[in-house]
Design a protein around this ligand. Structure first.
Ligand code: FE
Ligand code: FE
Ligand code: ZN
Length: 286
């Protein structure tokens, strides 16, 4: 079964229940949430998230899995500022616990930025952090997201992700989140020669390591390292290649999440509408 949904908000007063209801309104059969604002560490206590009602709502709508995205401010690859690294380790441990309490076993993490120290140093710091985080025995995998390589981001090549696996003792708890916009912006020819993406991916990491896909079009050309998402069919990847990925046998039952921009419905761009209901239906078409 094709499992497709989008990222959804978590707002007062319905919190996680509201997230699930939003996903259902788009005709989704999976979803992705942040446990709070992606830019900060303020979190609503678990007791207030309405988790049980959210789970009942998922059951009623045949949603049997969803994923959680860790906030952007976690940067375990920062070897320059120890306090940033420390905050990242501690916050990631609490995010893993929240993810499990909400009923998911997949937490998506950006590998982070080396902030000028070079990718070797960044990767070493990241693996040190992941080793500390994963020693706390929690029933949750960390899915490392493939990145576009903007700024000093690490994780823009399959080889870099493989080196992270190599440095992590409990790497059976690592997975990959494959973001189509990021892969394209990183320079992989997902449009012109998809085999030249999947064949090395399978050799270097293994197709079975993909636990989530982010299905986004891109505003920029292949190799631009920009990371600007576009609506499906309105970017430089286009509908065809994205539709093909959504329908790949290898991704049967793997959650696919749209992170495409909301669309302005008035000329001034003040009022915006989620594109997800339309995009989900369009990508599901045979
Ligand atoms: Fe992400
Ligand atoms: Fe993404
Ligand atoms: Zn992105």
């Amino acid at each position: 079964m094709i499992k497709i949904g989008s990222h959804v908000g978590m707002n007062m007063p319905n919190l996680f229940l509201g997230s699930v209801q939003e996903a259902v309104s788009y005709g989704a059969n999976t979803l992705m949430v942040y446990t709070g604002a992606p830019q900060n560490t303020r979190r609503t206590p678990l007791e207030k998230l309405r988790i049980e009602e959210a789970q009942t709502c998922m059951q009623n709508h045949q949603i049997d899995s969803f994923v959680v995205h860790a906030p952007y401010l976690i940067n375990l690859a920062n070897s320059v500022k120890p306090e940033i690294f420390r905050l990242g380790v501690e916050f990631l441990i609490s995010e893993l616990q929240r993810t499990v309490a909400m009923g998911s076993h997949t937490l998506i993490l950006h590998p982070g930025s080396h902030v000028g120290a070079g990718s070797d140093t960044g990767i070493n710091k990241l693996t040190e952090g992941l080793n500390e985080v994963l020693s706390a025995s929690v029933d949750c995998n960390i899915a490392l997201e493939t990145m576009s390589g903007k700024g000093s981001e690490i994780g823009q090549t399959f080889e870099e992700l493989a080196r992270i696996y190599d440095g992590v003792k409990q790497n059976e708890k690592l997975r990959v989140c494959f973001d189509t916009c990021h892969i394209h912006d990183a320079g992989y020819p997902i449009v012109t020669d998809p085999d030249a993406v999947w064949t090395p991916f399978d050799r270097i990491l293994g197709m079975d390591q993909i636990a989530v896909l982010h299905i986004n079009d891109s505003l920029n050309p292949c190799g631009s390292h920009k990371d600007r998402h576009a609506n499906i069919g309105h970017g430089m990847i286009g509908y065809g290649p994205l539709h093909e990925i959504v329908h790949m046998k290898a991704f049967d039952n793997i959650p696919m999440i749209l992170e495409t921009p909301w669309i302005a419905v008035d000329p001034k761009g003040k009022e915006k509408q989620a594109p997800y209901q339309r995009e989900i239906a369009w990508l599901r078409e045979p």
